[in-house]
Write a protein that binds this ligand. Structure first.
Ligand code: IMP
Ligand code: MG
Length: 176
């Protein structure tokens, strides 16, 4: 892959500054809660690691894995639950941590699933909102950045499982 195929959208410092703000807001809102931060694997793992270190109220951590995207850059439309949290979500105030909300299908499915499992409350924190691509309406309670279009990689985000290790977020110009 040539470097000319990637354009930097967010540098490491901009990401960290925004995460500090998100952490402050979350800490304020959950001061009296029973917080479970639930990361959506795999894409949210880098964001989640930085986000929890910016939150200063007691919290539990777990992960859930679903997939809607197959190998490429477009969704298959179906959600498959690939792994469930080890902590029972019942009674927890769940903060779902997502990398990107695109069509909204994944988060809409997860919110219904967690409510079904007996979560006390469910809110959403997403690093990136691609609002213009929404087909399934969702409320994003804590949003890092709004980025209208383009396929993004880095900072946990992949294209065919590559690029997750980049410390920055780039626009991949020719995903095929
Ligand atoms: P949704 O169900 O359409 O909202 O898709 C959400 C999931 O698709 C995200 O959690 C990502 O894993 C993946 N996704 C959507 N857009 C991108 C992108 O630009 N780069 C990498 N992954 C993406
Ligand atoms: Mg993904």
């Amino acid at each position: 892959m040539e470097d000319t195929d990637r354009e930097i959208i967010l540098d490491a410092l901009s990401i960290q500054k925004r995460i500090v703000q998100l952490g402050e807001a979350i800490s304020r809102d959950y001061a009296a809660g029973n917080l479970l931060v639930l990361g959506v694997l795999k894409g949210a793992f880098v964001f989640m690691a930085d986000l929890v270190r910016a939150i200063d109220v007691p919290l539990a951590i777990d992960f859930i894995q679903v997939s809607s995207y197959g190998k490429g850059a477009s969704s298959s439309g179906d959600i498959i639950l690939r792994s469930t949290p080890t902590i029972a979500v019942q009674g927890y105030d769940v903060l779902l941590v997502e990398d990107i909300i695109d069509s909204g299908l994944t988060v809409q499915w997860l919110m219904a699933h967690l409510a079904d499992q007996g979560a006390n409350s469910v809110k959403v924190c997403a690093l990136i909102d691609k609002a213009e691509r929404r087909t399934h309406p969702v409320q994003i309670d804590y949003c890092g950045f709004s980025i209208p279009q383009g396929f993004l990689v880095g900072y946990g985000l992949d294209f065919n499982e590559q690029y997750r290790n980049l410390p920055i977020i780039c626009h991949l110009k020719n995903p095929v």
